[in-house]
Design a protein around this ligand. Structure first.
Ligand code: 0O2
Length: 207
């Protein structure tokens, strides 16, 4: 079915499994965070957000990749119909969360893209995991894909602004802006390192 012909009701029904999978991963992440708060008095997670990809955004991504904007193609070719984003204070927390999620026996990690160790050429940094989460229906279990992005507050600040700029200028972001963005990305990386060191120092004082 062409995405532009879908009613809201049809879109919501079609996204039902993704919506369930999203709730499930968010609950798991909240549980991990609350457990850490209880046992270590530290929260590795600052915030958790979830979103179902909008019809508009699905159609745009399919067109960008040269596919007809149908819901069938979205199911076949897009892995981020359901997406969760976790914001941490410090880089090591990102890897800690990723490790815990990987160890969950009901979750399958289909793919990892570590844009922290290997930043994108434009400076984008974030840790991406493509997960498969079981959605338990009344008579069957449906493994469902969710894209999990884990990043620091500083990386998120950068990515949000970069996204806004890219959206505003579409494909023709001026070189000067791209250069400034790359410079900011490097500052963000240095800031993340510095803030983590600072936090370690604070911890030694308070112990
Ligand atoms: P939205 O609106 O956030 O959903 P692709 O690169 O999209 O062809 P894939 O495998 O989905 O293929 O890419 P990847 O690298 O895993 O990145 C997917 C998502 O990561 C993007 O989704 C963005 O949310 C985020 N992302 C990746 N690169 C950048 C970047 O350079 N800047 C910013 N701000 N975000 C990025 P969508 O669908 O592009 O967008």
């Amino acid at each position: 079915m062409l995405l532009e012909n879908m009613t809201n009701h049809e879109y919501r029904n079609a996204m039902f499994l993704y919506s369930c999978a999203l709730k499930s991963i968010i609950t798991k992440l909240e549980t991990i965070n609350e457990e850490f708060a209880l046992t270590t008095k530290k929260n590795p997670i600052e915030s958790i957000k979830g979103r179902l990809k909008s019809v508009h955004s699905i159609a745009a991504k399919l067109k960008r990749r040269g596919y007809e904007p149908t819901f069938e193609n979205a199911l076949a070719f897009l892995d981020d119909l359901a997406g969760a984003r976790v914001i941490c204070s410090f880089v090591p927390d990102i890897y800690k969360i990723a490790e815990i999620i990987t160890a969950h026996s009901d979750i399958t990690v289909l793919r990892v893209k570590d844009y922290i160790k290997n930043a994108k050429p434009n400076g984008y940094r974030s840790y991406h995991m493509l997960l498969e989460i079981p959605v338990c229906l009344s008579t069957e279990i449906k493994p469902t894909k969710v894209e999990l992005q884990i990043r620091t507050i500083a990386m998120d600040f950068w990515a949000t602004l970069e996204h806004k700029i890219r959206y505003k200028f579409e494909k023709s972001v001026p070189d000067s802006l791209n250069n400034d963005l790359l410079e900011c990305a490097n500052i963000v990386a240095a800031l993340d390192t510095k803030m983590y060191d600072l936090n370690k120092q604070i911890e030694t004082y308070t112990q």
